[in-house]
Design a binder for this molecule. Structure first.
Ligand code: HEM
Length: 184
């Protein structure tokens, strides 16, 4: 229960951060949304997270490409299947925007990050909140870059019951909000 609830969420945040830092265009869009909704004169609050549709799409795409519990049978075949997903190995949050909106209800067999039916994850709402709040805070308060300024981010997966990044993410933050007091 503890592993199920914490590692799934923290590993998903790590994969999402890696994908965002790796993709400058995506990072830019995430920031634009945060600056519009939250601004730079205060920090993110919990109420903000439901007003960030692009960040939510980033989270959904992270859970598609790097499912936290990868051993569920439908995950593997589905995520790499070009008949189910266009350009399946590309990290593209845009696929979760617009008309076709996959959710976490477990009714579409191609997208089951929290399982389905009687065994569906009872921590879905909490996991979603933890991921969104962590990502929003990290990306709103800080600018992140690779230590050597390279754009070579390794997002290789290491399998286990819970999916991990093979190489742990190391990134350097620098403050980006207007007032130092917001960091106290
Ligand atoms: C990113 C976050 C999370 C993801 C992706 C996730 C995903 C899943 C998946 C795929 C299952 C298996 C469903 C099945 O057996 O078919 C599951 C089960 C479970 N999850 Fe989560 N989970 C997350 C967060 C959490 C949190 C925050 C909690 C608790 C606070 C939690 C508690 C559980 C429990 C207790 C089960 C077992 C349910 C059962 O077998 O009846 N999970 N989760």
């Amino acid at each position: 229960m503890i592993t199920g609830g914490t590692e799934t969420s923290s590993n998903s945040v790590e994969f999402a951060m890696a994908e965002i830092i790796k993709n400058p265009e995506i990072k830019k869009k995430v920031r634009q949304e945060l600056d519009l909704v939250v601004g730079k004169n205060r920090i993110v609050e919990e109420v903000d997270i439901h007003r960030l549709p692009y960040l939510k799409a980033v989270m959904k795409e992270t859970l598609r490409l790097h499912p936290a519990l990868p051993l569920l049978v439908p995950h593997r075949p589905s995520k790499t299947n070009p008949t189910k997903w266009e350009n399946p190995l590309k990290f593209d949050p845009g696929r979760f925007l617009g008309s076709k909106k996959w959710d976490f209800a477990g009714t579409d067999l191609n997208y089951l990050p929290f399982g389905s039916g009687r065994r569906i994850c009872p921590g879905t709402a909490m996991g979603e909140r933890m991921i969104l709040y962590s990502l929003a805070t990290l990306l709103h308060s800080f600018d992140w870059r690779m230590p050597d300024d390279s754009d070579k981010m390794d997002v290789t997966e290491r399998f286990g019951i819970v999916l991990r990044k093979k190489v742990p993410l190391i990134a350097l933050p620098s403050p980006r909000l207007h007032s130092e007091e917001l960091y106290e």
